[in-house]
Design a protein around this ligand. Sequence first.
Ligand SMILES: Cc1cc2nc3c(=O)[nH]c(=O)nc-3n(C[C@H](O)[C@H](O)[C@H](O)COP(=O)(O)O)c2cc1C
Length: 362
Amino acid sequence: MLDRKPVTIHPDIAWFGDVRTVLSPMAGVTDRAFRDVCRAHGAGLAFCEFTAAKGLTYDNPQTWRLVDTEGEQGRVGVQIFGAEPDAMAGAARLMADKRLDVLDINFGCPAKKVVQKCGGSALLADVDLLKEIVDAVVAASPVPVTAKIRTGWDDDSVNYREVGLLLQEAGCRWVTLHGRTRNQKFRGHAHWDCIADLVDVMDIPVIGNGDVVDGDSYAAMVRETRCHAVMVGRGAMGNPWLFKQMDAADGLGACETPNLGEIMDVVEGHIAAVARLRGERYGSQTVRKHVVRYFRDFPGAAAMRRRLFATETGDAMLDVLAELRSEADLESRPRCGTLPLAENDDVNASDLCCDLKEGDRS
Ligand SMILES: Cc1cc2nc3c(=O)[nH]c(=O)nc-3n(C[C@H](O)[C@H](O)[C@H](O)COP(=O)(O)O)c2cc1C
């Protein structure tokens, strides 16, 4: 195992002691189907998409769908956002009979629609309100509370230390730090030195987040920061094998790069699960962002994509996959796990994160 800083794990999250890899919350991405795929490949915990506290308290069915975890196997976290302590506490209270292991508070979202209403990363610039929110949620929540932050609002107001210690003091069981400021959005590199610094000053676990895409970058982050666990987002899209690669880098088992046939098996299961959960038509639209990434590192990926995306239902997509199977070299392997987070991924990240449909999130 890679060396970590010894930390205090509160008894009510004793299970977290063994968790080293976490699927990040990603709006429009980490639905039930993707969470299942990632856990099946070794993710120790998987987060739902972030969810507006107010939408939950208003009993908006579309909002509740985002945190529908009923019957979900394995560790799962729900993440809420908002700027009103009462609504945040109200949403926390509503988790009483739900299936979740932790309730995370989002203090990191850079999306305009969220920060304009003082939610997400805007709260890093209003630490008094942030404290009110975390106090209210900790008091109301029936499950352990955690928080996800960025390093600060901008380069001139980096305050992850102050905020991290405040969250620890308020009773959060761990803090996840995405090593970028709000103004950085998804640009540049994540500052792992800030993660290392936060690990140093905190007694509770810190989850490091930002730019981990393969076993090597995982090992490098753990070595440089000694963080308890690593959270991955973009790198897991189209590459759930990343979780096994990270375990392997930790000396826990081995991981072979999957061949095309094995990837197709997973894609088929993923498409079928999304169609089951979201319906044939809508499901086939929402799963595209995943499908495009599963195949992106194979020669002919663009042609495959065109054929798959000419379909309108999950069933039709599966038929095309079956045709592709009969034509392709199923033994071929991608450069799996070494994919950089390409520039257009950054664009997609901002687009997806900023392009929140009101109805969906609030
Ligand atoms: C499409 C997309 C949606 C995201 N949605 C959320 C979210 O709902 N909550 C959150 O805390 N972070 C969200 N993030 C940020 C990620 O959780 C993560 O912090 C960030 O992508 C950096 O990690 P990575 O380099 O492993 O991708 C989102 C990122 C992307 C790309």
